[in-house]
Design a protein around this ligand. Structure first.
Ligand code: ADP
Ligand code: MG
Length: 323
């Protein structure tokens, strides 16, 4: 019998908490929150990248290492947490020292940039290259940004631009050709070197009510917020933030489509009460990060969208699902 990825997790893995540790938020958010000392909570997440599923086996080892760390940091950012350390579990088809050296250099560069330590892991042989990284960070007690706290009337924001990584992937897969070398470079960079919005996320954790990182596509990820918060949303398609290179490469309709359905942008999608909008604008400006209001939370359930005041028919299904 076939079962979807999220049903599988909910059914078989969401109810196995028997330890003494205080689990504040377990399975079902971007990361788990565990009680720490009296001032801080520990935030923990793990993500695996498999050759042939998440990256091409012949991708540059530096790129693979960097992205494996960045996608985990993005989940910590989604919670408003400050990253502290990672562990690395590596499955290698062979011990090619040249490859491992470059992988380690990639790790070093990203860990240095974000001032994080590799504190442990596991290395073993396996048929296919696979990289699992667990990341941990901290957040002041009660300030983690959950998926489950969005309220009707609040505004929905996204950081940066959406759809870039999806177009980068189409170029990497050979489905399309880059219009110009610079366009191609930009889109590939967005695919291989996402920018987890850690400092921005930490700065808005008092204002944001709910948040998620856009890893599987905006419709799918915003959908997780709606489901967890038992609310609906109205999206203004004209407000989707689209980069110039994406528009040049794909045209407006296809760019919008990618912004809604393609994954791997690792931007933040968050909700906040309307009275926080000026503060959010100022914080975004101070950090030179584009932050766009794309709609609002409503009562009820599910997503509706409009464009120039007309109802807009959303694409069938957004988001990558493994099962
Ligand atoms: P994200 O896209 O933010 O990394 P996922 O969609 O991978 O989140 O996972 C959704 C939730 O399910 C998370 O809370 C994650 O920890 C949990 N989860 C996923 N797989 C498992 C598993 N095998 N056992 C326990 N929890 C899991
Ligand atoms: Mg996530």
């Amino acid at each position: 019998m076939r079962i979807s990825e999220f049903d599988l997790i909910r059914h078989y893995f969401s109810d196995l908490s028997y330890g003494a540790a205080t689990v504040i938020t377990g399975v079902g958010d971007d990361a788990a929150i565990i009680g720490g000392d009296c001032d801080t909570n520990q935030v923990v997440t793990v993500d695996t990248l498999n050759a042939g599923v998440h990256f091409f086996a012949d991708d540059k080892p530096e790129d693979i290492a960097r992205k494996a760390v960045l996608v985990n940091l993005s989940d910590l950012a989604a919670m408003g947490a400050e990253p502290q350390w990672i562990t690395l579990s590596l499955t290698l088809p062979d011990a090619d020292q040249g490859w491992i050296k470059r992988f380690s250099q990639g790790l070093r560069s990203v860990l240095k940039d974000y001032r994080i330590s590799l504190v442990g892991g596991d290395t073993c042989r396996g048929e296919h290259l696979s990289i699992s990284i667990q990341a941990s960070g901290k957040v002041p007690v009660g300030q983690a940004v959950l998926r489950s706290a969005a309220k009707p009337g609040e505004k929905i924001y996204v950081t940066g631009f959406l759809g870039d990584a999806g177009a980068g992937l189409m170029i990497r897969q050979g489905k399309i050709k880059a219009l110009h070398p610079e366009t191609g470079d930009y889109l590939m960079h967005r695919l291989y070197a996402p920018s987890p919005r850690i400092s921005f996320a930490m700065s808005i954790r008092n204002m944001a009510s709910a948040g998620i990182d856009v890893s599987d596509g905006l419709l799918a990820d915003l959908g997780h917020i709606l489901e967890a918060s038992h609310v609906g949303a109205e999206l203004d398609i004209g407000q989707l933030p689209l980069s110039k290179p994406l528009l040049a490469q794909m045209g407006l309709d296809q760019a919008r489509n990618l912004a809604m359905t393609a994954g791997e942008d690792y931007e933040l999608c968050f909700t906040a009460p309307a009275q926080a909008s000026e503060k959010i604008r100022l914080l975004a400006e101070a950090q030179r990060l584009p932050v766009r209001c794309i709609g609002q939370i409503t009562t009820g359930s599910g997503l509706v969208a409009s464009l120039d005041g007309q109802t807009f028919c959303l694409p069938e299904q957004g988001g990558y699902r493994h099962f």
